[in-house]
Ligand binder design. Structure first.
Ligand code: F3S
Length: 428
């Protein structure tokens, strides 16, 4: 792999041992990928603060320096010295993490992890990590420009950055984002190259795709179909808003591994179908009534008992419009005595929802707006939950396996109805 003089200087220790370890990691990573060189990044979305038993042990042994050295720089677990960690070289934000202090007593999440995380926030905040604490950093001001090379983790954020923002990132990991933070470099391969951003599959909606639920279901279909390839979607599509694109991408990244899609006339690198493919347009695969029903049944095949204990909204983390819509649906109503409702949101948007009065309406009904995390990330749902309902295809896909609970998937109104009645009454 071709290295610049700066790369070599970092590798040889000119900026200290942590940066040298970071560059060594990036060189090994880039060579394994056959990347020809590294590219500059100035926007990293990674994870440093999320607690875990391993992290707790490392912090007890050698402080946050040891935790960062082992987890974020891939240093040897037992023998490595804790490296002094300098400030982040390029803007870096923390993605979703564990639940915070204001969730104690609501989410059953270990208090020792809440404390560990607060400590981590102080350590990394001093080194320049923006503690956005959300899987949707693009909703709270972390917006790369079109064409900008980034190093992001979190599949739903990566697919949004590539597709909706036209930024360029692969789905990075904890170690590669840690190394990118300290060097401002990442291997230049995959989604960083023009040729890897062209469409591979054409998918045509033959039934109307309109509204949050249907964009999620269509995304789920597309992901299952193309797996890790790059779909271009056309057909009977109502113009999606950003919330629907967020759901579409998260669903496609869950049923498959989609990191980039194009909606001609909507997403920035696809003014038309031909441009999206860079020339020859393949034959389309149709998404009709039978395919739509199949997706719906797949997303609901973990549900059998219609008594709902828990309703979860906001995956990926809710937009302000979604929080407001939930507040309107809950206004003047009261949750069923055996059912809880949580809406997951970025903390900055929760603050705005508080000021706008939406949170008060949701809380008056008995619901909660929570920040920083989600049940899947923190493995935490209301105690005793056996059956949950959600409007998120991604949560319906993952949470039953993570928590061993049943799932129902439907619209916001169906979910709110379940929260108020304690019964699932949704349908296609
Ligand atoms: Fe975000 Fe959790 Fe969903 S991290 S994308 S709310 S699974």
């Amino acid at each position: 792999m071709k290295l610049t003089d700066d790369d070599k200087a970092m590798r040889d220790g000119a900026e200290g041992p942590a940066v040298a370890a970071a560059m060594d990691l990036l060189i090994r990573y880039g060579e394994a990928l056959d990347a020809e060189h590294l590219c500059d990044v100035r926007n990293v979305a990674g994870t440093t603060t999320q607690p875990s038993p391993v992290k707790a042990r490392l912090v007890a042994e050698g402080g946050w320096e040891k935790a960062f050295s082992v987890i974020n720089l891939d240093a040897d677990f037992d023998s490595y010295e804790a490296l002094p960690i300098p400030d982040m070289k390029v803007p870096t934000c923390q993605l979703q993490q564990g639940f915070g202090p204001d969730s104690v007593g609501i989410a059953p999440y270990p208090e020792k992890f809440v404390e560990l995380q607060s400590d981590a926030e102080a350590f990394y905040g001093r080194r320049g990590v923006h503690i956005l604490a959300t899987c949707t950093p693009y909703q709270v001001g972390n917006l790369p420009t079109r064409g900008e090379h980034c190093a992001w983790m979190e599949s739903s954020a990566v697919v949004y950055a590539n597709s909706v923002l036209g930024a360029r990132t692969n789905c990075e990991g904890t170690a590669s984002t840690g190394a990118a933070s300290l060097t401002g470099r990442i291997p230049c391969w995959g989604n960083h190259h023009d040729a890897h951003r062209l469409g591979t599959h054409l998918v045509r909606a033959d039934v109307p795709v309109s509204g949050f639920r249907d964009w999620g279901m269509f995304g789920y279909f597309v992901g299952e179909l193309v797996q890790e390839a790059r779909p271009v979607v056309v057909g009977d599509l109502a113009r999606p808003d950003l919330t629907e694109l967020k759901h579409f991408g998260a669903a496609a990244a869950s049923s498959g591994g989609v990191e980039l899609y194009h909606v001609p006339g909507v997403t920035p690198e696809a003014p038309d179908v031909e441009t999206a493919f860079g020339g020859t347009v393949p034959e389309a695969v149709g998404y009709g009534a039978a395919e739509r029903r199949h997706v719906y049944e797949t997303l609901n095949d973990q549900g059998s008992c219609t008594d709902v204990d828990f309703v979860l909204l906001g995956c990926p983390h809710a937009s302000l419009d979604q929080i407001r819509a939930a507040a309107r649906a809950l206004e003047g109503r009261r949750l069923h005595s055996g059912t809880q409702l949580w809406i997951m949101a970025p903390r900055a948007l929760k603050d705005t929802a508080d000021r706008s009065g939406y949170t008060a309406v949701i809380e008056a009904a008995g619901g909660k707006v929570l920040a920083d995390s989600c049940p899947a990330m923190s493995r935490s749902a209301p105690p005793g939950t056996k059956v949950f309902a959600t409007d998120s295809a991604k949560q319906a896909h993952y949470l039953p396996a993570i928590l061993g609970i049943e799932a129902w998937f439907g619209t916001l109104d169906e979910c709110v109805d379940a929260a108020v009645t304690g019964r699932w009454r949704g349908g296609l």
